[in-house]
Design a protein around this ligand. Sequence first.
Ligand code: KG4
Ligand code: ZN
Length: 352
Amino acid sequence: MSIILGIESSCDECSASVVRYTPRGPIKVLSVSTFSQIKLHQPFGGVVPEVASRNHLETINPMIDAALAQAENPKLDAIAVTNRPGLVGALLVGVTAAKAMAYVLDIPLVPVHHLEGHAASVFLDSDVPLAFPMCLAIVSGGHTNLYIVKTPPELWPPDFLKRSLVGRSRDDAAGEAFDKTAKLLGFPYPGGSWIDRSSKGGNPDAFPFPRALPQKATLDFSFSGLKTAVSLTVEKLKKEGQIDSHLADLCASIQEAIVGALISKMGLAIREHHCRSLAIVGGVAANSRLRSKIEEEWQKWGLETAPLFPPLSYCTDNAAMIAAAGAFRFRQGHFLRGRALQTLNAIANPEI
Ligand code: KG4
Ligand code: ZN
């Protein structure tokens, strides 16, 4: 059994968490403390890197203190920190705090790839047995990636993310497509949940927005054409003074285009790779239409169990998932300690 402190500061959430890892058992989350910077960035319509890193500096210590206190100040076996990819100034805050703590406590430090954290979120507080191969979709503001996960996380190779990736967005991420089209409609950042709420009662077929890359051969996505199509439609409706009366239809149609593209590629990946289970994580996993459509479709795909949507607090950026990914890598011996800690850096765009 190991007790791991996780630290996440790669974008606009500052988070610390303590988890308990037992080999082959579920990962028990003992505490999570997260500060979301959304309100700070809202006036700018998106995340401002300098604002993010300055705020992380103010909140990192209180988050770590709160997570340790909530977990009743346990003896830590290791610290895990997101060191890639992300905003480099924001990453550096978490990495520096983690290095200092690991050095002073003389315990191992595990560098974690943020997306490996999202992948590990599937195993938090869950004793649902997952059948492999599993199709894993990470659908967030920054990524729309499909992975085929063939083994439990203790056996993930160092290049797991590269090796398991079967599909990704060639331009905007799904969350970004929600946010950019929501902005065109005048909603605040981040706009995904606004489109979700405002689509209620709207007709999803009112505007036939393009579904990118519908051809069977690829598991990749593309959402930039949708943004252009929505922009032209919004301009036209504004000129005609028709935008308000069509808002629900517009939201429902945008959502349908994004969700439709996600679902068709997930179904294709599951069939092509003979997947036995499906997990969907990332902020877009909160989308109500995505959830209800998956509910309608999954039995047709031959899955053995109902698709897994971890609780939203584990889907959006959080340190519990970083601690979990760190626990798996710690067990494999991937960590730094003592003077070697000096070599760890934050990396904005790693190769994998
Ligand atoms: O995973 P996340 O919190 O942050 C990143 O790592 O990017 O995802 C944030 C994204 C935003 O683009 C946001 O608009 C989207 O998730 N989102 C939603 C919903 N809730 C959040 N998109 C569609 N429907 C929602 N209900
Ligand atoms: Zn993320």
